[in-house]
Design a protein around this ligand. Structure first.
Ligand SMILES: [Zn+2]
Length: 282
């Protein structure tokens, strides 16, 4: 669940890039276009840039790297990517209608002046198997990895996580190339989504102090993994960035307002409380 920061091959033609994301333009993509974009930047540099910025994890972000023939080899099934895409879009739709945190985030984004249009802002794509989703700030799009997030609860987790990145990008003056900013939004996403659901596992006979400690460690390690997955920085630098911004970013619970415990009514409560914070509720 990492994000991308640099759309490199399609910068001049955003509408084309959006079409490519939906798959419509993929068929029309020609090697000529690839050559044209390659000629604008030296190949070595673009390859390095892709790796540095996480784009190698999202082949469809590059428009034409992902080809059905390659899929057939990988999955042993022709057309599987279309079936996956359809199921993924169905799950996204279900989450937007029924998932409390997704609905809350939709409302918070709308109130912040960044409303989500499903067709424009959420895209199901085939990704590298190491990631389940991503956020592309350049196009302001969330990527749901159709080959990895295969059920409603996984899609709900991906959408909540990536919508927090989208919310941060909408509300804060964020520079995703700045590793501190990246670490901060990953801490927030881990805190409000991923680790919140795990926190109940640490309850039971754990003391309140340990619960707190375990939750913070979960957030730190998840955020660290996210930063390292998409940025070519050393582990020491990534750890330093997470530690630098942790106190501030861990304390920032906007827009969910509470850490969600598993098997609790917290999700529903957070959703019901949203209007109190001035967020629209769908
Ligand atoms: Zn993330």
């Amino acid at each position: 669940m990492e994000f991308l920061t640099k759309v490199w091959a399609k910068e001049a033609t955003t509408p084309v890039a959006i079409e490519a994301v939906t798959g419509a333009a993929q068929k029309n993509a020609t090697p000529k276009a690839e050559k044209a974009s390659a000629s604008t930047e030296p190949t070595d540099e673009t390859t390095t840039a892709q790796k540095d910025w996480g784009y190698d994890l999202y082949p469809e972000r590059r428009g034409e790297t992902f080809k059905p023939k390659w899929t057939r080899v990988l999955f042993g099934m022709e057309g599987q990517e279309n079936i996956d895409r359809f199921k993924c879009e169905e799950n996204v739709y279900w989450c937007v209608k029924n998932g409390p945190l997704v609905k809350l985030m939709m409302g918070a984004l709308k109130s912040s002046g960044c409303p989500i249009d499903l067709r424009r802002h959420i895209s199901c794509e085939v990704c590298d198997p190491t990631v389940t989703g991503g956020y592309d700030p350049k196009l302001n799009q969330i990527v749901v990895c159709q080959n990895m997030a295969k059920n409603k609860s996984m899609v709900h987790g991906v959408l909540t996580h990536e919508m927090i990145h989208m919310f941060d990008y909408c509300n804060n003056d964020m520079d995703f190339r700045n590793v501190d900013h990246l670490a901060c939004t990953e801490i927030r996403a881990a805190n409000l989504a991923h680790c919140s659901f795990l926190s109940a596992m640490f309850q039971g006979d754990a003391s309140p102090f340990n619960v707190k400690e375990a939750h913070q460690n979960c957030v730190k390690s998840k955020a660290l993994a996210s930063v390292l997955a998409v940025r070519n920085v050393s582990k020491a630098d990534a750890i330093a960035a997470v530690e630098r911004v942790f106190p501030k970013c861990y304390a920032d619970l906007e827009p969910i307002g509470r850490r969600i415990r598993r098997n609790s009514t917290d999700q529903q409560k957070a959703y019901m409380e949203a209007p109190m914070y001035g967020y629209d509720v769908y």
